[in-house]
Design a protein around this ligand. Structure first.
Ligand SMILES: [Fe+2]
Length: 241
């Protein structure tokens, strides 16, 4: 499984608190089947991250992971909270795209207007980048309007692994679980992300998602969502929408 959304870089956002926790998170993800993980620290307009710091820390983590005998490929990135001039900062290299490609992971405020989400997709596409909407299940605008229109404008969709495999009575009434499963059944999701933050809060949840996917999706789409689509990101190749 290729995880395109994670907060495994320590001391940079609300994710991992130290290098040991970074290794612990990665070990857990790998044990559940992750082979590739993109590190996507939050980027806020008023609280920007330093791209060089991200690169340096990821190198340290790569070293520590290797020493711990964990086999995994790691990549740099950011998760950007959308703001109008974000593409200018991307062009300057202040915001890291995913694995150095044109793909960029973008989030919104949960109640952000649908109009702004559509504007964002148009702006990012016009600037020559490939917008991926992070944890699409979280946004009211998309839950109410569906994914068809944003996809027709050129947005790719990332959904979270955690709600996919939820079980029990409560999962029947979980709006996020319904949204991610509908997106998968309709072939409207392109990428998976754990959005893992910390070992004791928001750890990676992959196994249950993979079980649900294996049981409910056909082989071709299953391969695409688990690995094949995301593999194109480091190669900077576009997926057909
Ligand atoms: Fe995130």
């Amino acid at each position: 499984m290729f995880d395109i959304h994670s907060h495994i870089i320590y001391h940079i956002d609300d994710g991992s608190r130290d290098i040991e926790e970074s290794v612990k998170l990665i070990r857990s993800a790998v044990e559940q089947g992750a082979t590739d993980i993109i590190a996507t620290p939050h980027y806020y307009v008023e609280c920007p991250t330093d791209p060089n710091r991200i690169r340096e820390k990821l190198s340290e983590i790569e070293e520590a992971v290797k020493e711990a005998g964990i086999v995994v490929r790691l990549y740099t990135g950011n998760e950007v909270l959308y703001f109008d001039s974000m593409t200018e900062r991307m062009e300057k290299g202040d915001i890291l795209t995913l694995a150095g490609s044109r793909y960029t992971l973008i989030e919104f405020y949960p109640l952000e207007s649908y109009k702004t989400i559509l504007k964002c997709v148009r702006n990012v596409r016009t600037a020559g980048f490939l917008p991926i909407i992070a944890h699409a299940e979280r946004f009211k605008g998309l839950r109410e309007n569906g994914l068809e229109e944003v996809m027709s404008l050129g947005a790719y969709i990332q959904i979270s692994t955690e709600p996919i495999g939820k079980t029990g009575f409560g999962s029947l009434f979980d709006g996020e679980t319904k949204f991610v499963r509908d997106a998968l059944r309709n072939g409207q999701a392109h990428f998976l992300g754990t959005d893992m933050h910390r070992a004791d809060s928001r750890p990676p949840v992959i196994s249950s998602a993979v079980s649900w996917i294996r049981k409910n999706l056909d082989e071709d789409y299953r391969d695409a969502i688990l690995y094949r689509n995301a593999k194109l990101i480091p190669q900077d190749e576009e997926i057909d929408l």
